[in-house]
Design a protein around this ligand. Structure first.
Ligand SMILES: NC(=O)c1ccc[n+]([C@@H]2O[C@H](COP(=O)([O-])OP(=O)(O)OC[C@H]3O[C@@H](n4cnc5c(N)ncnc54)[C@H](O)[C@@H]3O)[C@@H](O)[C@H]2O)c1
Length: 266
């Protein structure tokens, strides 16, 4: 308790899944949290979190919206200490294999996951510059480093987020602004359910079978939960990581380790 006392945080994409779990954990740890999302459902959720939370409807691709949001936070709360660029999309409406991906889908993926993160960092840095520094946490994915032939645009966008995070870390260090990325594996949220639904529509297996196949890829034996990821974000947001910048934290139940040819059991 109290790991974020006196800190003001913006969490984007906080109406659902991982963002909602981050916002709740931040409030529990004493933070003042501004939840943002495209979806108006964030309003109800923020109210349920109590007086330390409020909601601002915002599309992360809207630059004017970022300017207004960060200005308003500085006016109302006086400072911005933490920014979590979590909002993202995972599935294009059409297949996203390298041979048939549609340019419009590709651009939309890059707009939300890539440009949204860029704009967040740009206005987050401007707001944190006024104070004694801050912490920016960008949501990448294990898809930044492993091939994603069924969702090529997604992997491309998340690799960009990972690389950009390190540029921001290098730039921000003299300003005492840290920037780190989180790389979740398969985490049970609406975005992943969307993928299972898509597989059911496009391929010859049910959504439940798809889920089981994904679970089998995780050495720790289950899909991640939103809270598993939120705990990692809390570490980067809090002063416990005060000497950490440009780092990449993988939270994937070991799925990127691969499986050994022979498994030792003792
Ligand atoms: N769930 C997973 O398996 C997984 C794995 C790796 C990375 N991630 C990443 O974690 C983040 C959160 O995903 P999630 O699993 O909680 O999914 P989710 O769909 O539950 O939540 C994403 C939220 O982002 C919001 N959003 C989408 N576009 C937006 C925009 N333009 N502006 C503002 N808000 C917008 C949505 O309304 C939604 O509330 C994403 O960046 C995602 O790519 C998820």
């Amino acid at each position: 308790m109290g790991r974020l006392s006196n800190k003001v945080a913006i969490v984007t994409g906080a109406a659902s899944g991982i963002g909602a779990a981050i916002a709740k954990l931040f409030v529990e740890e004493g933070g003042q949290v501004i939840l943002t999302d495209l979806s108006p459902e964030g309003e109800t959720y923020a109210q349920a979190l109590g007086r330390s939370a409020r909601f601002v409807r915002h599309d992360v691709t809207d630059e004017e919206g970022w300017r207004a949001l960060t200005q308003e936070v500085l006016e109302r709360e006086g400072h911005l200490d933490i920014l979590v660029n979590n909002a993202g999309i995972g599935n294009a409406p059409h297949p996203s294999t390298p041979d048939v991906a549609l340019l419009d889908d590709w651009r939309q993926m890059l707009r939300v996951n890539g440009e949204g993160t860029f704009l967040g960092c740009k206005y987050g840095i401007a707001a944190m510059r006024a104070a004694a520094g801050g912490s920016i946490v960008n949501m990448s994915s294990v898809a930044s480093a492993t091939p994603t032939s069924m969702n090529a645009a997604y992997g491309f966008s998340k690799a960009g987020v990972a690389q950009f995070t390190r540029s921001v870390a290098q730039f921000g260090a003299p300003l005492r602004i840290r920037c780190n990325s989180i790389h979740p594996g398969y985490t049970a949220t609406p975005i992943l359910q969307g993928l299972f639904d898509k597989i059911e529509r496009d391929m010859d297996i049910s959504g439940a079978q798809a889920r089981q196949r994904f679970e089998e890829l995780v050495p720790l034996g289950r899909l991640g939960e939103a809270l598993d990821v939120a705990y990692g974000v809390l570490y980067f947001a809090s002063d416990e990581s005060r000497h950490v910048t440009g780092a990449q934290l993988v939270i994937d139940g070991g799925s990127t380790l691969g499986k050994p040819a022979v498994q030792a059991t003792q």
